[in-house]
Design a protein around this ligand. Structure first.
Ligand SMILES: Cc1ncc(COP(=O)(O)O)c(C=O)c1O
Length: 357
């Protein structure tokens, strides 16, 4: 990521880095979604796009002489904060809530973060604010409402996703970039990256952006014309816990309006279906939230909003290993086989519908 240092807030030798960025951009012809490419951010050091945020934020934390890093995160942002804090040699406190995905919390603990759970989600920000105001803890996540997004130096890191995409397509950007959105940090950062390239004359136009959301806060604001995305509480938690927040940010809405983009609300069933499809057809296993863009593209193609000839890049933000639970139920239980070939073939047929010709 730091080969783009001229666009970033620090020089490469100063960076707290684990070799994040430079992730593959892969065509996905077998999905039946037309000209779609996957920017596979699960290949980052902690297996999510949040490493760009972690590297950007921790670089400045170290420059400012931070004594403690603080993050309120149920998942990938906390894992990245923990790993980059370990790299920088700075203690890290991560606030999670009861019910967070087990592997993600384990990942934070493995990197040596002091993980604290709260029963009431609102307590995360309350406690983090106290740490920030009373002790000068360095925040990498949002910690007060209405939410304005994460650490601004961290968000600068997301610009490099746009740079890598533009470079990979020989400075001819795709028509659409489609992202799973929670607060819209990556949406804002990528948009800013393309805008900077355009201002420099490296590209002549910028993509339109799509937010794939589970709350529906951005689609509601686009429909009503309101300046602020509303808070839309769910009755039951989504399987995509990483993007489960009830309200997006003003800057996410602003990016959609400025880029002439749109937003789509996606549901559990379609995300589950796309996780299984991506893993089985493309060999890429995403976290449930990272399947949201594919559900959005499917719908927007069917509605004719994304035209047949238009090129889309879907941001695949994190690996399926981060939160495997919700997908397990969509897959057949492996059969127990004993005996010979005929038993094996019967088991393959019964469980997987496979027949040998
Ligand atoms: C896997 C994954 N995808 C997408 C998001 C959305 O993040 P944001 O919209 O804040 O950039 C998150 C994080 O919150 C995440 O963990």
């Amino acid at each position: 990521m730091w080969r783009w240092e001229g666009f970033l807030h620090a020089a490469a030798p100063e960076a707290v880095t684990l070799g994040e960025g430079n992730t593959p951009l892969l065509p996905a012809p077998s999905l039946g979604l037309g000209d779609v490419w996957i920017k596979d951010e699960s290949r980052n050091p902690t297996w999510s796009f949040k490493d760009r945020l972690g590297s950007g934020a921790l670089t400045m934390a170290r420059r400012f002489g931070a004594k403690v890093i603080a993050s309120s995160s149920s998942g990938n942002a906390g894992a990245a904060a923990a790993a980059y804090a370990a790299r920088a040699g700075i203690p890290c406190v991560v606030f999670t809530f009861v019910g967070s995905a087990g592997p993600l919390v384990l990942q934070m603990r493995a990197y040596g973060a002091m993980v604290v759970k709260v029963a009431d989600k609102a307590d995360r920000w309350r406690l983090q604010s106290l740490g920030v105001r009373e002790f000068g803890w360095y925040p990498t996540s949002p910690f007060f409402g209405p939410v304005v997004g994460s650490n601004p130096y961290g968000m600068e890191g997301y610009k490099t996703i746009a740079f890598e995409i533009a470079e990979a397509f020989d400075w001819e950007p795709p028509d659409w970039c489609v992202l799973p959105v929670c607060y819209g940090d990556a949406l804002y950062g990528m948009w800013k990256g393309f805008e900077e390239l355009k201002a420099l004359g490296w590209i002549s136009r910028t993509p339109r952006f799509v937010a794939a959301e589970v709350s529906g806060s951005l689609p509601a604001a686009l429909a009503s014309g309101d300046p602020m995305p509303p808070e839309i509480a769910r009755n039951a938690p989504s399987i995509a816990t990483s993007i489960g927040a009830a309200q997006a940010t003003v800057q996410a809405l602003d990016v959609l309006r400025r880029s002439n983009g749109t937003a789509v609300t996606v549901g559990d069933d379609e995300m589950r279906r796309w996780v299984v499809t991506l893993a089985a057809r493309e060999g890429i296993w995403p976290e449930a939230s990272s399947a949201a863009p594919f559900a959005a593209i499917e719908r927007l193609r069917a509605q004719g909003i994304i035209k047949p000839q238009e090129r889309c890049v879907a941001l695949l933000t994190a690996s399926g290993l981060k939160d495997p639970g919700p997908i397990e139920s969509a897959l057949p239980e492996p059969p127990l086989v004993s005996g010979g070939l005929s038993e094996l073939l019967a088991a393959l047929k019964n469980t997987y519908g496979f027949s040998h010709d």
